[in-house]
Design a protein around this ligand. Structure first.
Ligand SMILES: Cc1ncc(COP(=O)(O)O)c(C=O)c1O
Length: 449
């Protein structure tokens, strides 16, 4: 343990690093941790303190840190080449990964377009859908429909389809307009009557009136993650997919957060038998090791981009690190682990271990709602449970609970008043029990003190 080194690093961090989604004026007073290494599901800081990685290093780690098989695959790829471009060249790992993704993706998604973050996976999807209609002789289909409180990333296109006032409001002047649909999240439904029926009625109305102007509907299937783990009622996704089909509107499913086992199936869309036209993947794609994203689509969409060279029907989009070989090698190793370690079965078991813990948390005085889908969990803290009066933004209630958890050796990151749990899928049953108990204790400590 070297506290002078720690102090020096902290001072340098303060002097030079601008952290994302962070109010830098208060960052130093939050006693920042400096992570130096990791082992399994734990992160270790520069002072040697260990923390359970309860949000999978921002929702991406799948099999734990320093997983032998993935480390080995990346090392082996390093011995071949770290990076070569996909613009004008192919590469071995990107070919093998595309084939593996098509094999596990919902039927019909046969084409893989790589990029490097969830935001770019969505940005690619939007541009792809837009250009598709331009080249299919329907140039008036330029608009997108998306849900209230949706989050699809931080690039300008993905922010445009995003619907979170706190994150996106300031940029409104920079964004393109979107048709907004109500979220069917039961806890947040304000439309009266049944949320599922109400949300579908609104979607039907919109598609009846405006489908001919729409390029696509964009959805986070089953769970709106960044909204605070808003869970959709069963049947919503299926009905939305049917509506899109009926009106010939493309369906873009953003599985950046839900993909790769998070909800108990490889992809969330499987749970309602939905085959989107475009599927966005990132985060867990590389096992959470390296920045890698993929936008999958159908032959139908792909073929609209084919033509003589001079036709300029090319998809003019790509990034320097598109399909990076190290990241693809990590992703291939991660996909193999899903099979060899029967990860999906384990997720369902671990989710069951957590369920009674959440039932106990749901009884607490300041808990308004507990939402769980597989290993995606949100606990909504409220000032008044009966009236659902929320805590104020400035209360930083979720943050305070997370600080209390940090003292118990657990790292979580809240979304406002929602305590979020997104542990690695490799979480053991013992760790799950510890996590559930500690979250309960921390909520009691902070909200009932
Ligand atoms: C559903 C969804 N889409 C897109 C993104 C953006 O991903 P990234 O942060 O990798 O750009 C996120 C990130 O949380 C997400 O949850």
């Amino acid at each position: 343990m070297d506290s002078s080194r720690h102090e020096r690093l902290l001072a340098l961090d303060r002097a030079h690093v601008w952290h994302p989604f962070t109010q830098m004026a208060v960052w130093p007073s939050d006693d920042p941790l400096i992570i130096e290494r990791a082992e399994g599901n734990e992160l270790v800081d520069d002072l040697g303190r260990r923390y359970l990685d309860g949000v999978s290093s921002l929702w991406c780690n799948v099999h734990g840190h320093r997983k032998g098989e993935i480390d080995e695959a990346v090392r082996a790829q390093l011995d071949r080449v770290a990076h070569s471009t996909l613009l004008g060249l192919a590469s071995v790992p990107s070919i093998e990964l595309a084939e593996a993704l098509v094999r596990i993706a919902p039927e019909g998604l046969t084409r893989v377009f790589y990029s490097d973050s969830g935001s770019t996976a969505v940005e690619v999807a939007l541009k792809m859908a837009y250009q598709y209609w331009q080249q299919r002789g329907r140039p008036e289909r330029t608009r997108f429909a998306a849900l209230a409180e949706s989050y699809h990333g931080d690039t300008v296109g993905s922010v445009s389809v995003g619907g979170m006032e706190l994150f996106h409001g300031i940029f409104r002047g920079l964004l393109f307009g979107v048709e907004r649909l109500p979220s069917p999240s039961p806890y947040h439904w304000t439309g009266g009557g049944d949320p599922l029926a109400g949300a579908l009625r609104a979607a039907e109305r919109l598609l009846e009136e405006k489908a001919t102007t729409l390029a696509a509907v964009v959805l986070e299937p089953l769970v709106q993650g960044a909204a605070g783990m808003w869970i959709h009622p069963p049947g919503y996704l299926r009905a939305m997919a049917d509506l899109c089909r009926k009106h010939d509107v493309l369906l873009i499913c953003d599985e950046v957060a839900t993909g790769f086992g998070r909800t108990g199936t490889m992809f969330a869309v499987e749970q309602e038998g939905v085959r989107p036209d475009i599927l966005c993947l990132a985060k867990g794609l590389s096992g959470g090791y390296l920045p890698l994203a993929a936008t999958l689509t159908t032959d139908r969409v792909y073929e609209a981009f084919l033509g003589e060279f001079a036709s300029a029907r090319t998809f003019f989009h790509g990034h320097t690190f598109t399909g990076n070989p190290l990241a693809c090698a990590a992703a291939l190793a991660s996909l193999r682990l899903f099979e060899t370690e029967r990860v999906l079965e384990r997720v369902r078991r671990t989710a069951e271990v957590l369920r009674p813990k959440f039932a106990a948390i749901a009884e607490l005085q300041h808990v308004g709602d507990v939402r769980q889908r597989g290993l995606m969990v949100g606990i909504e803290l409220v000032r008044d449970r009966r009236t659902r009066e929320p805590y104020g933004y400035a209360d930083r209630i979720g943050h305070r609970v997370c600080l209390a958890l940090r003292r118990r050796g657990i790292l979580l990151r809240p979304l406002g008043p929602v305590v979020v749990m997104m542990p690695p899928l490799s979480l053991t049953e013992l760790e799950a029990a510890r996590l559930g108990d500690a979250v309960r204790e921390a909520i009691v400590e902070v909200t009932e003190a």
